[in-house]
Design a binder for this molecule. Sequence first.
Ligand SMILES: N[C@@H](CCC(=O)N[C@@H](CS)C(=O)NCC(=O)O)C(=O)O
Length: 291
Amino acid sequence: MNDPAGYTPPKVWKWVAANGGQFANINRPIAGPTHEKTLPVGKHPLQLYSLATPNGVKVTVLLEELLALGIEGAEYDAYVINIRDGDQFSSGFVEINPNSKIPALLDRSTPTPTRVFESGAILLYLAEKFRAFIPKDPSARAECLSWLFWQMGSAPYLGGGFGHFYAYAPHKIEYCIDRFTMEVKRQLDVLDRRLADNRYLCGDDYTIADIAVWPWYGAAVTNGVYDAAEFLDAATYTNVLRWAKEIAGREAAQRGRMVNRVNGPLEKQLRERHDASDFQTRTQDKIEAAS
Ligand SMILES: N[C@@H](CCC(=O)N[C@@H](CS)C(=O)NCC(=O)O)C(=O)O
């Protein structure tokens, strides 16, 4: 790779597969499947194909919250899509998400199965289907959707921008780190000001907006992503910290974080989930002890 200061882009960009970045082996400039493979299907109407990244955790937290309300229709089977192994490029996965990114959901309770991709679309689909975690009043609903879509537009600066250049890029490039740190700190300040006067993003009620924002920005201030809380001076975002800790205390959030997790402490990894009892019996520590 060139020295960043001496690089002149060529007339036409060409794909050089080994660019040295941590995700170089899975990044491709073309869409579509790389191999034939069907997806597994379990017994429940909802089939989730995902991984416990911040985008994946949003969906499992919402499903666990719905189940905690006693909504039985939200029972789901969750399968791991290991994005470092390229599972997102299987023919079966591409059929339900042509964009080859987790999370993706298949609802088999509809007359013909409904596929949903993009975490924001999945949260909205489930909240509308089960009439929960989204306000009914049109103005409150507009506020909730505004924060939900704020997350969809903002998180790529935190993940793809800041996280990539601070934690993953093969060289530390000051220009890139400065540019994205500036934006991420501005976003944290947006949240901090909002949460100064509101318990949750949309007021008194916990909604899909909080569920979408927490795995990214809650993790950023509690050192859950990129090991960057000190660098971002996260302690200064006191309202975001208060909100993040409150959500982290919810049992459904704790369960949702475990589903499809393939790293960290074994007792916190529930790689596949098919039943509520799996949290007691099928965590990775127990599976490995039994094998
Ligand atoms: N806007 C998408 C982003 C999804 C996304 O970026 N997923 C990542 C993991 S967090 C992924 O699957 N990456 C695999 C790849 O880029 O090949 C959403 O919110 O669902």
